[in-house]
Design a protein around this ligand. Structure first.
Ligand SMILES: Nc1ncnc2c1ncn2[C@@H]1O[C@H](COP(=O)(O)OP(=O)(O)O)[C@@H](O)[C@H]1O
Ligand SMILES: [Mg+2]
Length: 256
């Protein structure tokens, strides 16, 4: 068994072509989704192999993986645009899943948010995709998947890919570069004009929802989130919300 880094410490393993991840109450819903995606022509995600001893077994996706800061292939416009296009492909097929299944009634880690247009990935960030050269060819880590509007997922994805992050380690370029990258992602996704008009508010609301979720989990005693709060992750998100508010006009101008 080989430990896979890039997510939680000492929790994700690889053996042969398979990945072993901790099973959660919402894993059966995620497995239904992943199986539906493959059955309906979307193959850029892991396949479900099965469940064994409290772990889910998924296929390993070939490709390069990365994390912040976004240097090298993951930081290119080509990677950014292929990520936007792939998110739209995923949403289009996941919308069919919602037609076949009242998925809002299944268990998910994050609360379903009406109107239920698609299944959102929930954490469509550079650290959860696989690259072939400068092209994003796969996405994994579907634990945060949940039914919600397209814009809800695009908002968090744009925040992560622009990225509108103020942390010295995570940031890339200045606000002009970030706004241009946000626009490129939205173009590649094919985001509509009314959705673009709501993007900044959606990003802000999504970050508040994330902070609320972290705080609720920490209060319940979830060790990972207690640690996140101790490390001040919620304060980073609050700074980023302030940053989005400060630069609203510049970002809006780039998007239109
Ligand atoms: N199906 C997969 N195919 C390829 N790599 C994977 C796959 N699942 C996980 N990984 C690798 O393992 C790392 C951690 O897995 P991930 O599912 O993202 O865990 P976490 O939920 O802790 O973020 C990822 O960043 C990626 O590098
Ligand atoms: Mg991950």
């Amino acid at each position: 068994m080989e430990i896979l880094n890039g997510g939680r410490d000492n929790a994700i393993f690889k053996q042969g072509d398979h990945v072993f991840r901790p099973l959660n109450p919402w894993s059966p819903s995620v497995h239904k989704l992943l199986t539906f995606l493959h059955d309906n022509g979307f193959h850029a995600c892991p396949e479900v192999i099965g469940i064994e001893g409290g772990q889910e077994i998924l296929t390993f996706m070939d490709g390069d993986t990365s994390n912040y800061p976004l240097v090298g292939a993951i930081g290119t416009d080509a990677a950014l645009m292929s990520a936007g296009a792939l998110l739209c492909d995923f949403h289009d097929v996941s919308a069919q899943f919602l037609v076949s299944e009242p998925a809002q009634n299944l268990p998910w880690m994050l609360t379903p948010r009406p109107p239920f247009e698609v299944i959102c990935h929930g954490d469509y960030a550079p650290y959860n995709v696989a690259l072939d050269g400068e092209r994003v060819v796969g996405v994994f880590d579907f634990d945060t998947a949940h039914p919600a509007p397209r814009l809800w997922d695009v908002a968090y994805a744009v925040y992560c890919w622009a990225p509108f992050k103020t942390n010295e380690y995570d940031k890339l370029g200045d606000i002009n570069t970030q706004a241009k990258r946000a626009a490129l992602f939205c173009e590649a996704y094919g985001l509509s004009a009314p959705e673009k008009a709501g993007l900044i508010d959606a990003m802000i609301e999504r970050l508040h929802a994330l902070i609320d979720f972290m705080m609720a989990e920490a209060k319940k005693g979830n060790a990972a989130f207690v640690e996140n709060m101790k490390d001040g992750h919620h304060l980073c998100y609050l700074n980023d919300i302030a940053y989005l508010k400060t630069h609203r006009e510049k970002i809006e101008a780039a998007l239109t």
